[in-house]
Design a protein around this ligand. Structure first.
Ligand code: DGY
Length: 380
């Protein structure tokens, strides 16, 4: 339930009314909005916004909104937003599956996100989940806290090795490529990836790594793209899900595909929860204690499917992929620039890395406007 007293107003005389459904990290974002003539209404509490809450927050007049990835910016909300004069939804995330992009475009509402600045943070968490799952880090931590450690034992917390195995990467966008680079460079993993387009730059990177590895007598990593999703699940020792979400991907990982995986494989989901059929995953984890999983996102987020927390062979993380101070601060700057830029009709950025725009917010470009082409927005 949203509480009226939790709203805090910055720059009350600003001409453009902008709502932010959460306080973002740092202060630069709110300063940027205020400096560009925005009255910023920030919901300074942790309550989650549902459909009615968004409609109430938009009210009779609203020019822009800084929204969160778990809010339903559906056609009904967007229509009310547009009727209130809304011009831009600036999401504090890279994934925008919670926003009806087609409806926004029909209504002439710009939709913006924060790519680039969260790549390394999200890749780091995906890699952390791989290691936590396969080397039983969270389980070991619980064991210690429960006072059960009575001394070193030959097979205590026996896990499996990551080095030299095969990474199956589902989704080789920025984040997926960063995961592949770090695991191939750091631990000599072979990379098998599924992505709509080939990634020649990633393939060249791994080929160069192999040259260096050969020179120094290390294991040579390899890379190959597959167009067969089942092959990826069959061949990989660790499958990392990092694709952006569309409804077609719901339950991509179901009982059948889990059945294709190696008995001691690892599955990491840092994409969106519904990609994995969690009931099937629980059954699989129960039937194969040597199979492990690491989840940063959940099918019915924030609710967990019954039985998940009882299993020792799964590591759970509360959707913290991008949760580093560096990343969240830069995302806040981009979210503010996206909003300001869209309200002032700055050109849509097509040439400058978003990391540069976040570091130097003086460039008058909308950093990442997803429906720029459809809205015939000028490019810059
Ligand atoms: C996003 O921004 O979409 C990711 O879920 C961050 O973890």
């Amino acid at each position: 339930m949203i509480r009226p007293e939790a709203w805090k107003i910055h720059n009350p005389t600003g001409r453009h009314r902008v709502i932010a459904t959460k306080r973002l990290v740092g202060t630069r974002w709110v300063e940027l909005l205020a400096a560009h003539d925005c009255r910023v209404e920030v919901y300074d509490a942790e309550d989650m916004f549902g459909e009615e809450d968004l409609i109430a927050a938009v009210g009779e007049r609203c020019d822009g909104a800084l929204g969160q990835l778990n809010e339903p910016w559906n056609e009904r909300v967007l229509t009310r937003f547009s009727d209130a004069g809304g011009k831009v939804i600036s999401s504090y995330a890279v994934g925008v599956n919670n926003i009806d992009l087609a409806a926004a475009t029909r209504l002439g509402v710009a939709v913006c996100n924060t790519p680039g600045v969260l790549t390394e943070a999200t890749a780091e968490l995906a890699v952390a989940l791989v290691f936590s799952a396969i080397r039983r880090v969270a389980e070991g931590d619980r064991y210690m806290r429960e006072g059960r450690f009575e001394g070193w034992l030959p097979s205590l917390m026996l896990g499996r090795q990551v080095a030299g195995r095969t990474l199956g990467l589902f989704g080789a966008g920025r984040i997926g490529q960063s995961v592949a680079r770090s695991l191939a460079a750091g631990f000599g993993l072979d990379v098998l990836y599924f992505n709509p387009h080939p990634r020649p730059e990633l393939e060249a990177y791994v080929a160069d790594l192999a040259v260096v590895a050969k020179k120094h007598g290390h294991r040579l990593p390899s890379i190959r793209r597959t167009e067969d999703v089942d092959e990826l699940f069959r061949e990989a020792d660790l499958v990392v899900l990092l694709s952006s979400y569309t409804p077609q991907l719901r339950h991509l990982v179901d009982a059948r595909r889990l059945g294709l995986m190696k008995p001691a494989a690892v599955l990491v989901n840092a994409s969106r929860g519904p990609v994995v059929d969690e009931a099937a995953l629980i059954a699989h984890l129960r039937a194969h204690p040597e199979f492990t999983a690491g989840l940063d996102v959940f099918e019915f987020e924030p609710r967990l499917v019954d039985g998940l927390t009882d299993l020792p062979n799964v590591v759970l993380s509360p959707h913290t992929g991008s949760a580093t101070l560096e990343s969240r601060s830069a995302m806040a700057t981009l979210a503010a620039l996206n909003c300001v830029g869209a309200l002032h009709r700055w050109p849509a950025n097509t040439s400058v890395p978003t990391t540069e725009l976040a570091a130097d917010p003086t460039r008058q470009l909308v950093p990442s406007l997803l429906n720029a082409k459809e809205l015939s927005w000028p490019a810059g």
